[in-house]
Design a protein around this ligand. Structure first.
Ligand code: FES
Length: 155
């Protein structure tokens, strides 16, 4: 006689039927979760990020400053201050500054010092970003506003 301590064994046919049902239920559940996730982007576009850096006089002319969090390279030279996005125009990897410009580690695109494409699959040049000055005198870079390559902010 079966008891709670010694339950009656499940017949093999019933066990396989139950296993099939649970497998189908899991597959349906996984599909529903996948369909719901498809409606939400897993890679968010770069937001309209405005951020402040130091004052123009604090940036030594002839130097560059990499801002890894903002993915921007700020350069100060005689013509003024410029900001170039470090986001590759191919698939969005972060390019690294090199002696001759920039290189992308993902698919090998190369960019000149002004961001122009020198080789690789990147379809267009790196974006130059608008640099302005805030009321408090600090420089503001607007990641959502692209300017013509070669545009410098003159303090
Ligand atoms: S993401 Fe830079 S070359 Fe593909």
């Amino acid at each position: 006689m079966p008891s709670r301590l010694e339950p009656e064994p499940i017949p093999r046919r019933d066990f396989l039927g139950l296993a099939g049902l649970w497998t189908a239920a899991l597959a349906i559940f996984g599909s529903v979760v996948g369909m719901v996730r498809l409606t939400k982007p897993s890679v968010l576009p770069e937001g309209g990020s405005r951020f402040r850096i130091g004052r123009a006089e604090e940036i030594t002319p002839g130097t560059s400053l990499t801002l890894p969090e903002q993915k921007v390279l700020v350069t100060s030279e005689e013509r003024g201050i410029s900001a170039i996005s470090l986001v590759c125009t191919h698939l969005g990897c972060i390019v690294s500054p090199t002696e001759n410009g920039f290189s992308c580690p993902c698919h090998g695109s190369g960019f000149g010092p002004d961001g122009k494409v020198l080789g690789g699959p990147a379809p267009r040049a790196l974006r130059w970003l608008e640099v302005t000055q805030a009321v408090d005198g600090r420089l503001v870079i607007d990641g959502s506003r692209e300017v013509e390559p070669g545009t410098f902010y003159k303090a």
